[in-house]
Design a protein around this ligand. Sequence first.
Ligand SMILES: [Mg+2]
Ligand SMILES: [Zn+2]
Length: 201
Amino acid sequence: MSDRVTIVAVTAPTPAVFLDRDGTLIEEAGYLDDIARLALFPSTVDALRMLARAQYRLVVLTNQSGIALGLFDEPFVRQTHEALAVRLDAAGARIDGWYFCPHHPAGQVPALTRVCTCRKPAPALAQQAAVDLDIDLARSWMVGDRWGDVGVAATAGMAGGILVRTGYGRSAEARPMAGVTAAFVADDIMDAASWILRQGR
Ligand SMILES: [Mg+2]
Ligand SMILES: [Zn+2]
């Protein structure tokens, strides 16, 4: 008999909370084309800190069809995410990954004008994040203000999708979409985070 103890380092895939950007993390500003108009919701920082403390990875998935429409370009979207990351960092919060879809089926920029696999509710952004960040999709949640956000939960095989009443959420709530069901309808990102934590892992 050996009394040696073998310690095996196990890195298990981690659950994530996927977050829509506009209308969920920050104020909805139409097609946001000016970094000066970036405004986090009052409870965004606290909600992100709470989820991070509970060991959730935090990933932004955002449809930025304004790129395909020629309203702004990919570098602008990356700069926007860098500016948001700086603000969050200063407040002690963080996002682990930023993923965006630049496409639109009826765009103006030919190379980006098509039906793609990454525009929410399609699952490619979430799937890519799961590979990059070792995420367990089945234990993850999606939070957003449109049915296209909530729908990602189903297409990517997540635990569920949560509709927030910020941004376009109130009008979405008033117009249910056939085939898409929210696990919960939350007042805002903090209400969504609190609900997720009450579900346990
Ligand atoms: Mg939104
Ligand atoms: Zn796309």
